[in-house]
Design a protein around this ligand. Structure first.
Ligand SMILES: *[C@@H]1O[C@H](CO)[C@@H](O)[C@H](O)[C@H]1NC(C)=O
Length: 491
């Protein structure tokens, strides 16, 4: 079923051979040079796979012939590795480099692993990019930068999101020797590199039109090569020439571009989503950055509310809902509730329907008599409170069940559908509860002879008249639960 992954190494060799034949040896150096250089990124877990795919696509779109390498650790599934390979990446497995810092944020456990790019000695030079970056314009000129190039950010701090590195075993060994002794202000690789290249802030800015020879040890990259989305958010525009922009870095903490809601909050995510939509179907069902599992969940989530609505309709409970939601029914609840508080004396027996109508009559009578009203004073407040709680719970619930990496529009649509649906079910259940409470109380006061077992339940209990109508929302909630459980795995 699955197409075999293209063997990039083989292709590179063939291309090199073809180039050699075409230009007759003279161009051999240039062709070989391409294979000596690579774009590299790092992947710790499946959550960032889509990020790496989009990054890869954006680099390929610049027309490069250099290798695309992704270093994957144990946390990455076999499927993701196959997918990245099918996308054209050279997938290399690495073991995590334990973080020597004792006091550190837990998410930084393996970040020192990034230092392993300094050990990729099979390449003359590598351009490293974080998985949450995207290339919007060719950055081939970075391969002419010095032995170590990066961006300066946040007052004299070097950012390790985009780096040009000349791998060297000596350098890497020296780093490994100093990992335990040098301080790291972040508790991660970035802090370490800032200590290691202590004088980095004083290095010259790299000018692609004027590369220095010999290449300096360290050089600074312009903001164009690592444009922070946080910077954009500050002024709501790029503070650099937008046409010259090369790399966008989505650094906003938990707001990663692959989460559907980010597209609605952060404008530059549109660029990322565009590239994502153009992703090829390198494995079945992965075109446009889709995920076969998520797609199934999306279809189920989209259809389920409609199915439930249909079922409800055919169960004729739809009409009951309408009736329940009308103002007059609400008033009936209130009256019945008040009736329970009001009347202490025994009344002649009525049928269920009879009680409802008689309670109207009695309460109206008492109203006209000017008798004191004993409707629970907190009833209105509680209803408002329940309404808001239901809305919040529905919103949170919808947010949780929707797969995170769906397309922005899909996410928004499902969000609306499920918030509305969950709210409807919750609030309806509440109304139903109040209604039952009211009619039960009325029945008890009235010593209804409809069902003899009711009378043994005692006043105030809700065991009476649990009709099939009440079971509809319960089974719906049951269905909700079954949807949540499988989808929780992908969140
Ligand atoms: C560094 O690279 C060398 C040669 O490729 C390899 O033998 C060694 O295991 C690497 N070191 C680490 C810590 O990955």
């Amino acid at each position: 079923m699955r197409s075999p992954p293209p063997r990039l190494g083989l292709w590179a060799a063939l291309l090199a051979a073809a180039a050699l034949l075409a230009v007759g040896g003279g161009g051999g150096v240039a062709a070989a040079e391409g294979a000596e250089e690579a774009y590299v990124t790092l992947l710790y877990g499946d959550e960032f796979v889509l990020g790496v795919r989009v990054l890869g696509k954006s680099i390929r779109d610049t027309g490069t012939r250099r290798d695309l390498v992704v270093l994957v650790s144990d946390g990455v599934s076999e499927y993701s590795r196959k997918l990245l390979q099918a996308d054209g990446f050279i997938v290399k497995h690495i073991t995590l480099l334990a973080n020597p810092n004792q006091v550190r944020p837990t998410r930084f456990w393996g970040v020192y692993t990034k230092l392993k790019i300094f050990n990729m000695t099979s390449y003359r030079k590598v351009v490293y990019l974080d998985a949450d970056t995207i290339v919007v314009k060719s950055i081939e000129d970075l391969f002419n930068c010095g032995k170590f190039c990066a961006n300066l950010k946040q007052s004299e701090r070097m950012n390790s999101g985009v780096m040009v590195v000349e791998p060297s075993e000596t350098l890497f060994k020296d780093m490994m020797n100093k990992v335990d002794s040098l301080p790291s202000y972040t508790g991660g690789d970035q802090g370490f590199l800032n200590s290691y290249y202590a004088d980095f802030a004083n290095s010259r800015v790299y000018d692609p039109n004027n590369p220095l020879t010999p290449e300096p040890e360290t050089q600074r990259l312009s903001t164009l090569y690592n444009a922070d989305v946080g910077l954009y958010m500050l002024a709501n525009k790029w503070m650099v020439d937008e046409k010259e922009l090369r790399v966008i870095h989505y650094t906003l903490g938990p707001l990663k571009p692959w989460d559907w809601w980010t597209a609605w909050l952060v404008q530059p995510v549109a660029v990322w989503q565009n590239t994502r939509q153009n992703l090829e179907e390198s494995l079945p069902g992965t075109g446009g950055g889709k995920n076969p599992r998520d797609q199934l969940v999306v279809i189920i989530l989209f259809m389920l509310p409609f199915c439930m609505l249909l079922c409800g309709y055919y169960g004729s409970c739809f009409q009951t809902n309408k009736e329940l939601l009308s103002i007059s029914t609400l008033c009936a609840f209130a009256r019945q509730a008040r009736y329970k508080y009001k009347s202490e004396e025994a009344l002649p027996s009525y049928s269920t329907v009879g009680v409802a109508s008689s309670s109207f009559g009695i309460s109206n009578q008492k109203l006209s008599n000017g008798a004191n009203l004993k409707l629970p004073s907190y009833f209105g407040a509680i209803t408002v409170l329940v309404c808001f709680t239901c809305a919040l719970v529905s919103l949170a619930f919808a947010f949780i069940i929707i797969p995170r990496q769906v397309m922005p529009w899909t996410g928004l649509l499902l969000m609306f559908e499920w918030t509305f649906m969950a709210f409807f079910l919750l609030f309806w259940s509440y109304l139903r509860f109040v209604y039952k409470w009211g009619s039960c109380s009325a029945n008890h006061v009235g010593y209804s002879s409809l069902d003899s077992s009711e009378n043994h339940a005692g006043p105030g209990t809700l065991t009476c008249e649990i009709s099939w109508k009440f079971q509809v929302p319960c089974s719906s909630l049951h269905a909700l639960w079954f949807v949540c459980r499988p989808s929780a795995e992908y969140i």
